[in-house]
Design a protein around this ligand. Structure first.
Ligand code: NAD
Ligand code: 2HG
Length: 416
């Protein structure tokens, strides 16, 4: 049989938004040399043009991978989000085309936790206003509204990877930590879970948000919730811009209900450095505004680059989908001297037996078979140890409900 593998140098990788060089190096070290590395994101139209011949795309939080983009991405095999959040990707559109999406769930969590802790202390001391005044030549030397962190109550909403890590750091500084999560979770150290968000809002001196962007977390904190917070409370949001009603927060700050706030994420964020950032929070004293940089440290970005590139490389070379956020997860062994067929299909009864019928009719011997499904998609991986003709692959593609068939030649991957 003629060798069908696409040379790795022909597999096109598009990396957007200044993904760290460590990602590029990982691809190069794995033999993938056809890499386009852009410092910015692309708008939908530009992306539609650029993505047509791309096999793997890497992005951060700014690039929107919409249904229209996926429809144009005929060769796309997988998506790498070089960050935690995946709300910028239409995961359903990806899944319905048999495209797994990967992210980096841990690599920047420490960076966010450190920033939030620093902001909590700065806000407790009124530093944003004092610093701004000093820059203007004023000397605001006062202890008014200035507090130690020791003994204050930090309320964490969303006790996941970031929330739990913050909890440990905060306790070591003397904060009492309480948290609210929709899932019952064991607290780190002496931190204790409270039964409702309302209870947390009423008890915490500082409320910090670490929930994902979900329909249930949209506008979680608005006028009503701010009213429940302590007078002179502090609100920190480094999760997603859709979680806080910014106009309500601005009102709470202007009216003096809240002592301060630190906001890293916004309902609408500038697409790039040349677009003006607008927000009703601009100009308010004791408010720290940061341009979505909670996870933007060199350490985190370098680790993320390696982590996500490795996931894409492993999927390309071997078919493994472990930790994909939208796809059935399969951990696969190496496949020396075997061809590996990756069959992705709608999860309906009968597809597996149909695949095996085609293999049997084409006299293809199966040396290993793996199957995993989620509610929408089935992922069948078959290692075969016998040469086969193009008609067998075509017959597999013709199996009803097939979304995609990829073939990995023994050592190199073949994109189809
Ligand atoms: N600012 C940044 O640069 C930056 C960097 C990294 C992550 N993030 C964002 O931070 C957030 C948290 O990330 P993570 O890695 O800790 O996520 P995670 O998935 O590990 O934890 C989220 C937690 O929120 C809980 N949760 C879900 N809905 C909830 C609700 N309605 N009320 C209370 N708890 C709820 C979940 O049960 C989970 O424990 C995400 O939105 C992520 O995108 C932002
Ligand atoms: O790096 C980014 O653009 C996103 C950072 C953060 O929001 C994440 O989801 O990890």
């Amino acid at each position: 049989m003629a060798k069908k593998s696409l040379e790795k140098s022909k597999i096109k990788i598009l990396l957007l938004e200044g993904v760290h060089q460590s990602a590029v190096d990982s691809f190069l070290n794995a033999g993938y040399t056809n890499i386009e590395h852009l410092a910015t994101s692309l708008d939908e139209e530009s992306l539609i043009e650029r993505i047509r011949d791309v096999h793997f795309v890497g992005l951060r939080s700014r690039t929107q991978l919409t249904e229209r983009v996926f429809a144009a991405a005929e060769k796309l095999s997988a998506v790498g989000c070089f960050c935690i959040g995946t709300n910028q990707v239409d995961l359903e559109a990806a899944l319905s085309r048999g495209i797994p999406v990967f992210n980096a769930p841990y690599s920047n969590t420490r960076s966010v936790a450190e920033l939030v802790l620093a902001e909590a202390i700065m806000l407790l001391r009124g530093i944003p206003e004092k610093s701004a005044r000093a820059h203007q030549g004023e000397w605001l030397k006062t202890a008014k509204n200035s507090h130690e962190a020791r003994g204050k109550t930090l309320g964490i909403i969303g006790y996941g990877n970031i929330g739990a890590q913050l909890s440990v750091l905060a306790e070591s500084l003397g904060f009492n930590v309480i948290y609210y999560d929709v899932v019952t979770k064991l607290g780190m150290g002496n931190a204790s879970q409270v039964g409702s968000m309302e209870e947390l809002l009423a008890r915490a001196d500082i409320v910090t948000l670490h929930v994902p962007d979900l329909p249930s977390t949209r506008w979680l904190i608005g006028k009503e919730q701010i009213a429940l917070m302590k007078d002179d409370g502090i609100l920190i949001n480094a999760s997603r811009g859709s979680v806080v009603v910014i106009d309500d927060l601005a009102e709470g700050l202007r009216e003096g209900k809240l002592l301060g706030a630190a906001i890293d994420v916004f309902p609408v964020e500038p697409k790039g450095a040349d677009e003006e950032f607008t927000s009703p929070l601009r100009g308010l004293h004791n408010v720290i505004l940061t341009p979505h940089i909670g996870g933007s440290t060199l350490e985190a970005q370098e680790n993320i680059g390696v982590e996500v590139a490795e996931k894409l490389i492993t999927y390309s070379d071997n078919g493994t989908t472990i930790t994909s956020v939208n796809f059935p997860e399969v951990a696969l062994p190496a496949h020396p001297d075997k061809h590996r067929l990756l069959h992705i299909h709608d999860n309906v009864p009968g597809v597996l037996s149909e695949i095996n019928r085609v293999l049997s009719e084409n006299d293809i011997n199966i040396s290993g078979q793996y199957l995993q499904t989620n509610e929408k998609v089935g992922y069948v991986v078959v290692d075969v140890d016998k040469a086969y003709g193009p008609q067998a692959l075509e017959a597999l593609r013709q199996v009803e409900h097939t979304l995609r068939l990829r073939v990995l030649y023994s050592e190199t991957s073949f994109q189809d």
